[in-house]
Design a protein around this ligand. Structure first.
Ligand code: UT7
Length: 327
């Protein structure tokens, strides 16, 4: 049986504070009716003081270690996918390493926006295939509440804060990552971006500058997202020789219920097999897939030998899909 990088355990963490659509009605000119009908989102979790991205990430990782029955000192590589770390340097992953006491690990971040988690899985897989002894923690964590313009109703209603994680190791039982396909198109970067604290940013020298906030042309992003994820899923299934009917669960990036429904329809997959939790959490960028995967796992939606498809789309543009045989 071929050796694969397999998910040994999952975990997640969300901050306690919940922001409802009714709460948002008091902040910007919006309504529960608009938000639910256009996005499916009802609530999102928002970090409080001190609940930085690395803090959410550390808690998700600690829960994953507890589920795996492993100590932090047994992690060899620690990868955090994020676009909202509280510091530019050191990496969020190094802060998580410190918090967990994962002294053996080397740690680094990945920036692929909402696709960051599946990019992280891809990197982890390559290390594990090269050395089956390795244990790799891949975390998707964001506090996008610190990166939205709370005066911009086009974006502030969409995002939330969360972290999710998986621990990967080697398996020769047939389970693990079966196929994956990643894509990027930097020519479309200006449809979804966040100004960085870079020397190239003249706004930083402007006293009026209010921070590095998300900017998005939502309607265009919507169209690209559906087509890109559909093509990525089809490519991965074709690569593996697996039919969509053989897949037990599709865990798509949770940005908007209309994107997910459209994708479900285009793929011709039974809606019962598509995991949705955007209603509760909003779009948590790199955290959506590991958070959903952990919830699905804890709800008993995944049995040994099941095929699971992950698919993501985000700023960059970046997108892709991963086919996993559950352990
Ligand atoms: O994570 C990956 C990246 N992100 C995404 O995948 C998000 C992709 N895009 C979307 O999900 C959708 O495009 C949105 C939810 C962002 C917007 O939905 P839409 O159906 O594309 O609406 P729209 O942007 O075309 O706006 C329609 C109207 C506009 O008013 P006018 O110009 O028609 O008078 C907006 O000003 O809705 C207005 N609007 C709002 N109204 C009430 C925009 N935001 C709001 C709001 N409340 N929060």
């Amino acid at each position: 049986m071929s050796r694969r990088a397999s998910i040994l355990a999952t975990g997640s963490h969300v901050p306690a504070r919940i922001l409802s659509n009714e709460d948002l009605e008091k902040i910007v000119d919006t309504s529960d009716e608009w938000i639910v009908s256009r996005t499916g989102i009802k609530t999102r979790h928002i970090s409080g003081p001190g609940e930085y991205t690395s803090v959410l990430a550390s808690r998700a990782a600690a829960n994953t270690l507890a589920a795996a029955g492993l100590a932090a000192t047994e992690i060899d590589i620690l990868i955090v996918a994020t676009v909202s770390a509280e510091m530019t340097m050191p990496s969020c992953a190094c802060l998580v390493q410190k918090e967990l006491g994962a002294i053996k690990a080397f740690a680094f971040d990945i920036n692929a926006a909402c696709s960051g988690f599946i990019y992280g899985l891809s990197v982890a897989e390559k290390y594990i295939l090269a050395n089956p002894q390795l244990k790799v923690m891949v975390i998707g964590a964001e506090t996008l509440s610190t990166r939205v313009n709370w005066q911009d109703r086009n974006t502030c209603v969409l995002f939330g804060d969360a972290a999710g994680a998986v621990l990967l190791g080697s398996s020769d039982q047939g389970d693990g990552i079966v196929a994956e396909k990643l894509f990027s198109d930097g020519t479309l970067y200006n449809l979804l971006y966040m100004d960085g604290a870079q020397s190239l940013n003249p706004a930083l020298r402007n006293e009026e500058f209010e921070g590095s906030l998300i900017k998005m042309v939502g309607r265009d992003v919507f169209k690209y997202a559906v087509n890109a994820m559909e093509n990525a899923v089809r490519a991965v299934l074709a690569q593996a020789g697996v039919a969509i009917d053989e897949v037990r669960l599709v865990v798509p990036h949770q940005a908007n219920i209309r994107i997910i429904n459209k994708l479900t329809q285009k793929l011709g997959v039974d809606p019962e097999k598509v995991y949705i939790n955007v209603t509760k959490y909003g779009n948590t960028s790199a955290a959506t897939i590991p958070l959903a995967l952990d919830e699905a796992n804890r709800e008993g939606r995944l049995q040994s030998g099941d095929y699971v498809i992950l698919c993501a789309f985000g700023g960059g543009f970046t997108w892709g899909a991963t086919l996993i045989k559950w352990q």
